[in-house]
Design a protein around this ligand. Structure first.
Ligand SMILES: Cc1cc2nc3c(=O)[nH]c(=O)nc-3n(C[C@H](O)[C@H](O)[C@H](O)COP(=O)(O)O)c2cc1C
Length: 137
């Protein structure tokens, strides 16, 4: 298992320049920390996306990392999971819609979504729920 903290990396948004699909032959024109993420996209059987909710959506850093997969078309993974934390309840819909849209587009199975809001974040009950969930993956 490899953990990649994309929130602490420098990952630019996709420029839509099509370099990757032309001269770049699958390589992005931007030389940034996405070079650390790409091997995982190419090799991982399963991806666990985890993000706090920032303004009703995934963080900009995770969104950029998800969109930059465009360079190689789709990840190798067969399954994915989404973990979301937020300050308030009822703020996860935008992030879930993005995740589900990307999974449908790249033909990856959704193995489950866990959300936590407010005091649930880091609580023993939520951690127990995640541990039980992880055993079934
Ligand atoms: C820039 C920013 C935007 C945020 N936007 C939202 C939001 O739209 N809805 C919400 O419920 N919480 C929002 N929050 C709160 C975070 O989601 C919350 O602090 C975070 O999930 C806590 O997770 P952590 O304990 O894993 O860091 C925002 C926080 C920041 C810093």
């Amino acid at each position: 298992m490899e953990i990649l903290h994309v929130g602490k990396m420098k990952i630019g948004g996709c420029l839509g320049c099509e370099y990757c699909h032309t001269k770049g032959e699958g390589k992005c024109v931007q030389k940034d920390d996405m070079e650390k993420v790409m091997p995982a996209y190419k090799e991982a059987d399963m991806i666990v996306f985890a993000s706090p909710i920032y303004y009703f959506d995934l963080t900009a850093q995770l969104s950029a990392a998800m969109q930059r997969v465009y360079a190689i078309g789709k990840p190798a993974a067969k399954k994915a999971v989404l973990l979301l934390s937020s300050g308030s309840a009822g703020t996860h819909d935008g992030a879930i819609a993005t995740y589900k849209g990307i999974l449908a587009f790249t033909k990856i199975e959704d193995a489950g979504i866990i959300t936590a809001a407010g005091e649930e974040n880091g609580s023993e009950a939520k951690l127990a729920e995640i541990r039980e969930f992880a055993k079934k993956l």
